[in-house]
Design a protein around this ligand. Structure first.
Ligand SMILES: [Zn+2]
Length: 131
């Protein structure tokens, strides 16, 4: 028993370098190193909703473009969906500057923030919360 315990815990402590945490990109479905994780609100046309989505560096720009396209074509559906996204992820507690903006301007400001931070803030939100 002691040998098993020692083996388990020594092995963990003495591992030369732990592999970096990985994630599955929901754009290309490849496992990537978390250092290249970007998160953003992405419009899912099948679900008619914005989801917090995780993308690798290669997929991030196109996915952000898709979100922008949906926000530019603003309508009641987009407003309902974006409002739900903001509430689910408590985005306004992370971005108090959104307070007072009209709904579409709020969505545009969120996407500008995501672009400016390369989705790093939202990756932290994604890791820190479970909706
Ligand atoms: Zn990808």
């Amino acid at each position: 028993m002691t040998a098993l315990f020692d083996w388990l815990f020594r092995r963990r402590r003495s591992a030369p370098t732990a592999p970096p945490p990985a994630f599955l990109c929901s754009g290309c479905y490849q496992v990537k190193n978390s250092t290249e994780m970007h998160a953003l609100p992405w419009w899912n046309p099948d679900e008619r909703a914005f989801f917090m989505s995780i993308r690798c560096a290669e997929c991030f720009p196109n996915s952000l473009g898709e979100a922008r396209t949906r926000v530019r074509a603003w309508d009641r559906e987009a407003e309902r969906a974006f409002r739900a996204f903001l509430k689910t992820w408590r985005i306004e507690s992370h971005l108090p500057e959104l307070s007072g903006l009209a709904p579409q301007a709020k969505a545009e400001a969120v996407l500008e923030h995501v672009e400016r931070t390369s989705g790093r803030t939202f990756a932290a939100v994604f890791h820190g919360q479970t909706p």
